[in-house]
Design a protein around this ligand. Structure first.
Ligand code: PMP
Length: 352
């Protein structure tokens, strides 16, 4: 007899990030700056103090306090996760019961639907408008008319790079009965956060990550920020030692260097603006670029019917970007990386 996987596992397509080695990597929305170059000593001092034979602090107290201090939050309202990815999975699996309805939007970060599926939730997907924007009124009405238990989306959005303004998010949170999970992975590149609203609205959870503007993707650290009831429930439902001690120590040390992180964040925003302007200019010459969206993130989103061809050709030239159907998503890089990308991109466009 051979063991048989259940139907759900048989149908799963594994998430396959780019794993090849390319001189220019602009495919994963990471920070183009390695924070350890400047804070290497601070990080090694913190890591040296880790007791390797002991389990990590299950409450991740020190790093949660440093995170709360960074954003001016109550540390009790911040729960650390092994990347915000773990928190997406944890919240969907514990706050909803099997068969409950969760609303996702599309296009959006694919892991929401993935974890919804794994947890046997009913996923109602609302397609965004033609301009890829979100009609908040329509979404709220849908939630209230369809016995929806939770809605989850990224703001600003990965992959569209577009943002929903704070007052519209608040309008949504106020007008629906369900849990609203706002993934603010890229919000530090914009500034329309609703983090400060979690005490006011007991159905709001904001997810944050240290993987983007903070340049700590390697550490795997994210936070769920919510009021008392939701925070206590997340803490109760999480696995006890979910964030390892090295991550807790290193990230706590880095988070205490807010001015440096802010400086890098501002530099990344400058880089994205430069990239956006340059590609918008190219779009005037090369009609295969249909649209460059108004990004408020650390990446740009380009609509082109030739996305696959461009992606393949760029890869052959050592430049990795993200290919998504009729779109390309390009992470803002260092000056040098942007320069190489633009040079190769232009050449590829001229060959089409
Ligand atoms: N949310 C969004 C919108 C993302 O784009 C990503 C990373 N691609 C994540 C969450 C995951 O972040 P983390 O590294 O904290 O798991």
């Amino acid at each position: 007899m051979s063991y048989e996987l259940n139907k759900k596992l048989k149908s799963i397509e594994p998430y396959e990030p780019e794993t090849g080695t390319y001189p220019v990597r602009l495919d994963a929305n990471e920070s183009c700056f390695d924070i350890s170059e400047k804070l290497g000593d601070v990080i090694s001092e913190a890591v040296k103090k880790v007791e390797f034979n002991r389990y990590p602090d299950p409450t991740a107290k020190e790093v949660s306090e440093a995170f709360a201090e960074y954003y001016g939050l109550n540390p009790e309202h911040c729960t650390a996760g092994n990347g915000s990815d773990e928190l997406i999975s944890l919240i969907l699996s514990s706050f909803l019961d099997k068969g409950d309805t969760v609303v996702t939007l599309s296009p959006d970060f694919s892991m929401y639907a993935f974890y919804g599926f794994i947890n046997e939730l009913k996923i109602k997907n609302i397609a965004k408008e033609d301009d890829l924007k979100i009609d908040v009124g329509k979404v709220a009405e849908f939630c209230n008319n369809n016995d929806v238990k939770a809605i989850i989306f990224s703001n600003p959005c990965n992959p569209t790079s577009l943002g929903v303004r704070r007052q519209d998010i608040i309008r949504l949170v106020k007008n629906v009965y369900c849990l609203v999970i706002i993934d603010e992975a890229y919000m530090d590149f914009w500034g329309e956060s609703v983090l400060d609203m979690v005490e006011e609205y007991d159905n709001l959870v904001v997810l944050k990550t240290c993987s983007k503007n903070m340049g700590m993707a390697a550490l795997r650290l994210g936070f769920a920020v919510a009021g008392d009831t939701i925070s206590n429930a997340i803490k109760a439902a999480k696995s006890p030692y979910n964030v390892n001690a090295i991550t807790q120590a290193a990230a706590a040390a880095v988070l205490r260097h807010k001015p440096m992180i802010m400086e890098y964040t501002a530099e990344i925003v400058r880089s994205r603006k430069m990239l956006q302007n340059a590609v918008t200019e190219l779009a005037e010459r090369y009609f295969t670029i249909e649209k460059v969206y108004d990004s408020v993130t650390n990446f740009i989103f380009i609509k082109t019917p030739k996305a696959k061809e461009i992606y393949d050709k760029l890869l052959q030239r050592g430049v990795s970007v993200r290919y998504m159907g009729s779109y390309l998503r390009v992470t803002a890089g260092t000056e040098r990386e942007n320069h190489i990308f633009l040079k190769e991109f232009k050449e590829v466009l001229s060959l089409l």
